[in-house]
Design a protein. Sequence first.
Length: 283
Amino acid sequence: MITISKVIQDSAETLKRNSIVEPMREAKSLLALALEKDMAFLIAHPEYELKEDELNIFQSYIKRRSNHEPFQYIAGKQEFWRLDFIVTPDVMIPRPETELIVEAGVKILENIENPYFCEVGIGSGCITVSILHEIKKAKAIGLDISEKALKVAKLNAEKNKVSDRLELAKSDVFENLTEDKNFDLIVSNPPYVPSEDVPGLQAEVRDFDPYVALTDGKDGLSIIKKLINESPNHLKSGGFLLMEMGFNQSNKVREMFDLEVWKEIEFFADLQGIPRMVKAQLF
Ligand SMILES: C[S@@+](CC[C@H](N)C(=O)[O-])C[C@H]1O[C@@H](n2cnc3c(N)ncnc32)[C@H](O)[C@@H]1O
């Protein structure tokens, strides 16, 4: 039988050999997950001997993490906007910088009487579910080209008790919206990595986030361009577009806005100071 302290040491060594950053922290997190305990339990019981099934589960987690599978896919969850989200291999893991869209979206919608918004590429649902959770009077439609992702978004809407205010539909950008809509806001974190950059991404991202969530298969700007060109057909006059972008795309994105159609174009930086989100208002 092996104790908590010994199994942490051994598995941290394994993770380190496989180039996992912060192997000790990762080993502890995975052990806490396998034992369904918190960190305090690990600290308080270093001599606890793992049962055979606990050891088997933990070893399978260490094997997956050594293969660079992100912790969140192993755990099947990720916190975002202080809410819990289910994540499966069918959706991108919610990233902290994407909370910029939620923050700006809430500010826009909180003063509107019956706010109605749309998300293109809803994925796990983290953006739309968070906004609906904040603004109880809001309703939304979430679109995604991936049917599997839409199923995860549905689960997350149910988990966070907003599913009665969310409609979901499979669509390539706006293609399946049957009529021109009158949204107050359109939000999107589109796949914006140029396809030629995908091989150079870290293994955790390249090999595990869905390819269709990372890249448009082209220069990374094609869906951004569609959103800028087609959103005016689905927004109220004075409505807003909030969109995330890649780290060096802001200049190109700025040039895509027709200044006779859009006003108040503003870029917001993430915690690293990189322009990460654009906000624009329709005339
Ligand atoms: C970067 S992920 C964002 C997911 C989620 N909104 C988030 O912020 O974590 C992009 C999402 O867009 C979807 N997508 C990719 N191409 C699309 C398209 N042409 N039309 C609609 N959705 C698309 C992907 O399936 C994926 O769920």
